[in-house]
Write a protein that binds this ligand. Sequence first.
Ligand code: F6R
Length: 270
Amino acid sequence: MGLEAKISVLPYYEIKHPEISRIRVFPTPEEAAQAAAEEIIGVVRVNPQAAITYATGDTVIPLYENLARAVKEGRVDFSETSGFHLDEYYPCGPDINEYPHGFVAYLRQRVFTPLGIKNANEMNGLAPDPEAEAKRYDGLLSAKPIEIAILGIGPWSAETQTGCHIAFNESGTPFSEKVHVQTLDPVTLMRDRQERGQDSPERALTQGVANILEARRIFLLAYGEKKGQSLREALFGEIGPQRPASALRLQGQKVTLFIDEAAASQFGKL
Ligand code: F6R
């Protein structure tokens, strides 16, 4: 390849929104994930001790693959960063054989180990007293300003008018909530059954909207038409607990959305 410089230019456009500062739209999820990874890498290069909150789920898998590749190639070092867990089913333990849907197992496998993060802060989904565990985890978060919160968004149901969760903050959860025990919305449980083939516990531990809004930067990734419908509710529906992701509009200057054209195609159909 010689000394030829390889510059990759990502084709994308931005959608203007009154509250959210950046909505970046890419032709494909892969390109959106690559762009999000590059922004995160840029932040970690400037602040090698950054504390980062990591969502789990399908959407963020390509993002984490990009980050793992960059670490392998020696382009960035995450070893001094701190990793934070966004949410966890309750009860749920780290043993992937016993709890194949668990988020601790996911994070260890896709984030903490491949990125070499030494300070990984996990929620204990088997804690005998989940309320006490929520308090403990909230204490950990208060001690470290979060540089980036990486999020996905949950499904929206037109029928029940519930959904578009961030972390496991379901419709009706006050924006003032910190880490807490959450009863999962039937829309989430049905998504888990239909799309993941799992019977999830009915409760979870989750960072609250208030924790998420404290992060310096919030990156939300969403792809496909269904996620576009969730985003449409969050971005253009009424701001309030019925649409948890609408809370991001209260701190919109911190927020970047990385989405694909299929998701953006839903915004026109209000
Ligand atoms: C997971 C989480 C959830 C997911 C959301 C989307 O840690 O916090 O809010 O981000 O349910 O999940 P996927 O990406 O699987 O569609």
